[in-house]
Design a protein around this ligand. Structure first.
Ligand SMILES: Cc1cc2nc3c(=O)[nH]c(=O)nc-3n(C[C@H](O)[C@H](O)[C@H](O)COP(=O)(O)O)c2cc1C
Length: 243
C-alpha cells in the first residue's frame, strides 16, 4: 500500500482478533513511531508497550474500567443510545463497536501508553512532539495489517497508571493506544468535504481546487447529536465495523 493510500484509509480500529502482536511487528511499528518529528528533534516521546505480564494486565484493567465508565456517560450525553432506532446506521454500528470495545478492553492484544517528557511549562505545541509519533504508529500498524485506536481513556486513571508503571514526575501520559489484528471489515474514512475544511484567500471560502476525489465518503463533524451522516457512494463505501 502506498503512503497516500495508507494515510487516507487509516481508521480507529477497536475490534481485534484474539491473537498476539509478534515482537517483529511491534519492533517495526515502534520504530516508525520513534522516527516522528519533534520540536528541536528533542525526541521527548516514550512508549510503554504493554502486551502480557502482570503490569500489562493491571494497566488494561485500570484503563478498561475507566473506558466503561466514560462510555456509559458518553453514550447518553452524545446521543449514541438513540442509535437503536436505525440499527444499520454508522452511528449505531459505532455504538455497538464501542460497547464491545469497552466491555472487552482487558483482552486487547497490546496497550501502548505514549508519553511526553516535559522540559518546560506546558504549551499547545508540546502535543506536536508526541502525537505525530502516535499517528506514525497507527499508520505503520496499518501498513503491516494491524490496527489501533488512540484514546483518552487513561486520563481518568492517570495517577494509578503512573504508580503502577513508575512513570517519573515531569513525564505526561499522553494517551492510551490499543493495537491488534483487526477483526471485521475496514470501512471507509468519513470526514467533512475538503471545501468545508480548506480555505484560500478568505476565511470560509474554499479554493477552486478543493474537490474531493471520486468515491469519497463524508460525515458531519462530531458525535451524532446534531446531524445525519451523508455519503457519496463510491468503490470503498462498505459497512465499517472499525469505528
Ligand atoms: C485526540 C483524540 C482522542 C481520541 N479519543 C478517543 C477515545 O477516548 N476513545 C476512542 O474510542 N477513540 C478515540 N479517538 C479516536 C476517534 O474517535 C476517531 O479517530 C474518530 O472518531 C474518527 O474515526 P475513524 O478514525 O474511524 O475515521 C480519539 C482520537 C483522537 C485524535
Amino acid at each position: 500500500m502506498g503512503l497516500l493510500a495508507g494515510l487516507t484509509t487509516t481508521r480507529a480500529i477497536r475490534r481485534y482478533r484474539d491473537e498476539p502482536v509478534p515482537a517483529e511487528a511491534l519492533r517495526a511499528i515502534l520504530f516508525a513511531a520513534t522516527r516522528a518529528p519533534s520540536g528541536s528533534n528533542r525526541q521527548p516521546f516514550r512508549f510503554v508497550v504493554l502486551a502480557d505480564g502482570p503490569n500489562a494486565d493491571a494497566a488494561k484493567r485500570l484503563v478498561g474500567d475507566a473506558a466503561r465508565r466514560i462510555w456509559q456517560t458518553k453514550q447518553h450525553t452524545d446521543g449514541y443510545d438513540r442509535a437503536d432506532a436505525e440499527p444499520a446506521s454508522p452511528r449505531a454500528r459505532l455504538a455497538r463497536t464501542m460497547r464491545h470495545y469497552v466491555d472487552t478492553f482487558e483482552q486487547v492484544p497490546v496497550l501502548i501508553l505514549p508519553c511526553l517528557v516535559r522540559y518546560r511549562e506546558p504549551t499547545l505545541m508540546e502535543g506536536a512532539s508526541v502525537y505525530p509519533a502516535c499517528q506514525n504508529l497507527l499508520l505503520a500498524a496499518r501498513a503491516l495489517g494491524y490496527g489501533g485506536a488512540l484514546t483518552g481513556f487513561g486520563l481518568a486513571v492517570d495517577a494509578e497508571l503512573r504508580a503502577l508503571l513508575d512513570v517519573p514526575e515531569g513525564t505526561v501520559i499522553a494517551g492510551a493506544i490499543t493495537l491488534g489484528r483487526p477483526a471485521g471489515q475496514h470501512g471507509p474514512v468519513r470526514r467533512r468535504p475538503l471545501a468545508e475544511l480548506v480555505y484560500g484567500e478568505t476565511w470560509g471560502e474554499a479554493p477552486a481546487w478543493a474537490i474531493d476525489p471520486p468515491g469519497t465518503t463524508f460525515t458531519a463533524a462530531g458525535p451524532p447529536n446534531a446531524t445525519e451522516t451523508r455519503s457519496v457512494p463510491g468503490p470503498d463505501a462498505g459497512a465499517g465495523t472499525a469505528g
